[in-house]
Design a protein around this ligand. Structure first.
Ligand SMILES: Nc1nc2c(ncn2[C@@H]2O[C@H](COP(=O)(O)OP(=O)(O)OP(=O)(O)O)[C@@H](O)[C@H]2O)c(=O)[nH]1
Length: 67
């Protein structure tokens, strides 16, 4: 089984970071480029903090669902 299939069983948060930079890959490009179709990918900018809370909020909800 491919690793990517195994990962579907766990909560995986992927940040598409550095969205403030013009050359940053979009969420769609990260998804296509890393073959992550169906995974949650959060656009973010660690410098301003945008998207960080949203990503961690999503992750905490996924973890709580497992209990
Ligand atoms: N412009 C911008 N710079 C960022 C952002 N997040 C991190 N950086 C900067 O990117 C540089 C590398 O950050 P690291 O935390 O060392 O990350 P890394 O994974 O080792 O390196 P990278 O692959 O370059 O991200 C640092 O100078 C950070 O300040 C962001 O959202 N926007």
């Amino acid at each position: 089984m491919l690793l990517v299939d195994e990962l579907r069983k766990v909560a995986l948060l992927v940040f598409a970071n550095k969205q403030d930079l013009p050359q940053a890959m979009t969420v769609a490009q990260v998804s296509d480029g890393l073959c992550l179709s169906g995974y949650y990918i959060q656009a973010s900018c660690a410098v301003s903090g945008s998207g960080l809370v949203e990503g961690l909020d999503w992750l905490s909800k996924q973890i709580l669902k497992q209990f």
